[in-house]
Design a protein around this ligand. Structure first.
Ligand code: PLP
Length: 845
């Protein structure tokens, strides 16, 4: 017989009094971006720190009491602890860097995401979307912005990746031990666990709540794995992207509906909700439902304040990347819920369709998000245009470039991704403000760093990466039953060779195998006698993406060919920790998506922040960042409809760059061994990208463009039991019924030397009044056929009403010569109307 415990519990060794403050540091994820704090844990027991996967809670549980006693009397350690502690407390208590009217701790922004990547020791993320969400929270904390995160607490999270002997990806799910996470249970006033109920398919699913502190920002996580739920409901918070669409829609109900209920149960009444992708779009429905019940309002009335106070961010550039659900499935799961809000099946499904009347269209959560938000954005300037095209048919009354989707380019949380030593260098030359306020720091001071100093620091990062990669590769080969027998003595890769990183999710459009189009030419580049090059690949494929797994296998097989084998490797288990090593140690970061399918891409920003040079197809963020001298642009020509020709063109462009510019610049050394031209490029890149491609700039941009107007609208429309919202709903009804009676009577213009063009329009407002209308001149360069490009918008003022005709006048400020044109656009206008495009009403003349 095997003895089984009737109860298990964690017995932590008591912390000696002088080390007690470690508890505070462990309870907050501040250490994940403060390397001085992280090194406190590493110092205690380096091996255990590695073994726990950088998990300080687990470290303190397992560390021998004798070690603790030793450090409790180590003056050097205690002063290190004191230094970190005072920095931490100063961080928590300092005044905000970003003050936004209408937001407060009880009425904050609530940022909803299905995944958050905060640290490798909590694997609740799959890739870029989660990393962005985690970095968003960290920068909101740095800025002191009142913001809370809302997500799911997964018990297994995302898989750990292993490659079999055949190079085929194996997914390994491990239970996340919650007792080893810095989670605090949320309890009510009586000390019992606070729970929320979510109605799903006739059942009630209960979720308990946890809190994770990310600096000043709390992240609230919903967890359905509790005994009162049935077995399958307990699995709803099991795996990230684990199940089929039935699983997914239920997870999204827990996140969206449950998330809003959870905030309210805790006394948090968000002024603004931010949907990170369509997964959380149901939060809009639940906020509407709440206002309807509390104030006896109709759906149309409650929708106005909710949508004006919602921000929606889309991350996909591929129609196939959009989460779609069959209408029957949506009706089954949400029909009763929607009926409670007065929506029949047609109305419910219509909210998730670009064309609500099209019965063949599936239900898209992203479309629901677009419809229930007042600020929508793509994640780079190019992705904004791609998104406008993707969602064009949802705004049939607007021309393509006026589809109301803005651009807020992604960033990265610099202190999370910049190597310790590089950060020290920035502290000294740029000033410590680069950590919390990079957008307002003087990055040009990087020029003052002596070339040799910057180069030596960078070389140490590369060395660290190569040694680690070599060890990991050798271990993996052993476990795959291969012996790694490289040509050299030390193992694969070389510490002084130009090192190029390629790490990202494996997906077809990212073209991981593009580099191998001409294997002979590649082999010659890698094995060049004086100017060799080496590559490190990493990345996971989605568990159900078989073609992507085949790509991994292909890269592995190629990497085992004799001409590549010690200059090109694929490391398994891409996670935040491996990502950090790679972006910190590579000389060049390569990205080869098929344009325009990369929405933004953020790994390149991480690499550039560490002094790597970016080399990429002109897609995502690179389209707006690249300038000659700042990295390299791959394949400048765009061969739209011929992916095969595009592949050939782009691969050729990579080979050319590798054979010439890159290797010449990298291997051209002065008498100190420093590559002067290369270091100049490093400095130019850090100086140009440092202030821009970070989440501090990004969150501040969301705060001013989206959150502040949203919060203002929310407070106005919600006041006095929705008085302004009801008024606006009535007004909208009236405008809608009278819209077709509005006519443009006359249009004239006169050249006006100083300002451009004076435009006068006479309008018959029909059943409406002039105050109901907003009249604009949309202008820009015109083609010979009258087509208008790159629009500017000039508002025309209402001047007078006489004999049933309203006169509007304004100035169109043409700043360019050549053929110019303008068009008159009429939209509904109301003092509190947040989104003039939501009604779909527009006249053009
Ligand atoms: C940054 C990061 C990503 C996103 O990288 P992209 O360049 O946007 O593809 C994915 N996974 C991990 C682990 C990361 O750190």
């Amino acid at each position: 017989m095997r003895l089984r415990a009737s109860r298990t519990l964690i017995v932590e060794p008591p912390l000696p009094e002088p080390l007690a403050p470690l508890r505070d540091l462990v309870a907050n994820l501040y250490w994940t971006w403060n390397t001085d704090a992280a090194s406190l844990f590493e110092r205690l027991d380096r091996e255990l720190w590695q073994e726990t996967g950088h998990n300080p809670v687990a470290l303190l549980q397992r560390i021998p009491a004798a070690t603790l006693s030793r450090f409790a009397v180590d003056d050097g350690y205690l002063s290190h602890l004191q230094r970190v502690l005072s920095a931490f407390h100063a961080y928590l208590s300092r005044p905000p860097l970003c003050v936004i009217n209408g937001l407060s701790a009880t009425e904050p922004v609530a940022y909803f995401s299905l995944e958050f990547a905060l640290t490798e020791s909590l694997p609740t993320y799959s890739g870029g979307l989660g990393v962005l969400a985690g970095d968003h929270l960290k920068s909101a904390s740095d800025l002191g912005l009142p913001l809370v995160g809302v997500g799911l607490l997964y018990h297994e999270g995302y898989f750990h990746q292993h490659l079999g002997p055949d190079g085929w990806q194996r997914e390994d799910y491990r239970v996340i031990d919650l007792s080893e996470q810095p989670l605090a249970p949320i309890v009510d006033a009586l000390g019992s666990r606070l729970t929320v109920a979510v109605p799903i398919d006739g059942r009630t699913v209960t979720a308990q709540l946890w809190r994770l502190d990310v600096g000043k920002v709390p992240l609230f996580l919903l967890d359905t794995d509790i005994p009162t739920n049935g077995e399958s409901d307990r699995q709803l918070t099991g795996r990230l992207y684990g199940g089929d669409s039935e699983m997914r829609i239920q997870q999204e109900m827990v996140l969206g509906i449950g998330g809003v209920r959870a905030l309210r149960a805790m006394g948090v009444d968000p002024a603004v909700c931010h949907m990170n992708e369509g997964h959380s779009a149901l939060l809009g429905m639940e906020r509407i439902r709440t206002l309807m019940t509390e104030h006896g309002a109709t759906f149309a009335e409650a929708r106005l304040p909710v949508s004006s106070a919602t921000t929606f961010t889309t991350h996909t550039a591929v129609a196939a990347g959009i989460d779609l659900f069959p209408p029957d499935l949506v009706a089954r799961y949400l029909g009763e819920y929607a009926a409670g809000m007065g929506l029949d099946r047609g109305a419910l499904i219509g909210l998730g369709r670009t064309n609500p009347g099209d019965d063949t269209e599936p239900f898209s959560m992203a479309m629901l998000g677009l419809r229930l938000s007042g600020f929508r954005n793509g994640v780079s300037k190019l992705h904004r245009m791609v998104s406008q095209r993707l969602w064009e048919s949802a705004w049939p009354t607007l021309p393509l470039d006026q589809i109301p989707i803005e651009a807020v380019t992604n960033g990265v949380h610099l202190p999370t991704w910049v190597a310790h030593e590089v950060g020290d260098l920035y502290d000294r030359y740029i000033g410590e403000s680069w950590r919390d306020d990079p957008a307002n720091s003087d990055w040009s001071r990087i020029a003052a760093v002596p070339d040799e100093e910057l180069w030596r620091v960078h070389e140490r990062q590369r060395e660290r990466l190569v040694l680690r990669a070599r060890q990991q590769h050798a271990d993996a080969m052993m476990s795959r039953g291969r012996s790694a027998t490289p040509r050299g003595s030390g193992g694969v890769l070389d510490t002084g060779t130009l090192t190029i990183g390629f790490a990202r999710r494996f997906a077809g459009y990212k073209r991981a195998t593009l580099l191998f189009r001409d294997p002979q030419r590649l082999a010659a580049i890698l094995n060049h006698a004086e100017r060799p090059v080496q590559f490190i690949f990493a990345g996971k494929a989605h568990p159900r993406d078989e073609p992507a797994k085949a790509l991994i296998r292909e890269v592995v097989a190629l990497s085992e060919r004799p001409e590549f084998r010690d200059r090109l490797i694929l490391l398994e288990g891409y996670d935040m920790e491996l990502a950090r090593s790679l972006v910190q140690g590579c000389d060049v970061w390569l990205n080869t998506p098929l344009r325009p399918l990369e929405a933004s891409g953020t790994s390149g920003m991480k690499a550039c922040a560490n002094g790597a040079i970016h080399m990429s197809v002109m897609d995502g963020w690179w389209w707006e960042a690249y300038q000659p001298g700042l990295g390299w642009a791959v394949g400048r020509s765009r061969l739209d409809d011929d992916p095969e020709a595009q592949d050939a063109f782009d691969a050729n462009s990579i080979y050319d760059l590798l054979e010439n510019d890159l290797t010449q610049s990298f291997y051209e050394r002065d008498h100190e061994g420093v590559p002067g031209d290369w270091v100049r490029r490093m400095k130019a890149s850090v100086s140009a990208f440092g202030p821009v491609f970070n989440t501090s700039r990004m969150v501040a941009e969301y705060a001013t463009k989206a959150y502040e107007p949203a919060a203002r609208s929310w407070h106005i429309l919600k006041a006095d039991a929705l008085a302004a919202a009801r008024d606006q709903a009535r007004w909208l009804d009236n405008v809608r019924s009278g819209w077709d009676s509005v006519r443009v009577r006359e249009l004239s213009h006169a050249r006006n030397e100083a300002t451009g063009l004076g435009v006068t329009v006479t309008i018959d407002p029909g059943q409406l009044t002039p105050e109901d209308l907003r009249v604009d001149a949309v202008f820009g360069p015109a083609g010979p056929d009258g087509s208008l490009a790159s629009h500017g918008v000039a508002r025309l003022d209402f001047v007078s009403l006489a004999a049933g005709e309203a006169l509007y006048r304004g100035e169109v400020p043409f700043t360019e010569g050549g053929r110019q044109g303008y068009a008159i656009r009429i939209l509904p206008a109301h003092p509190n109307l947040h989104d003039p495009f939501a009604s779909q009403l527009a006249h053009w003349a």
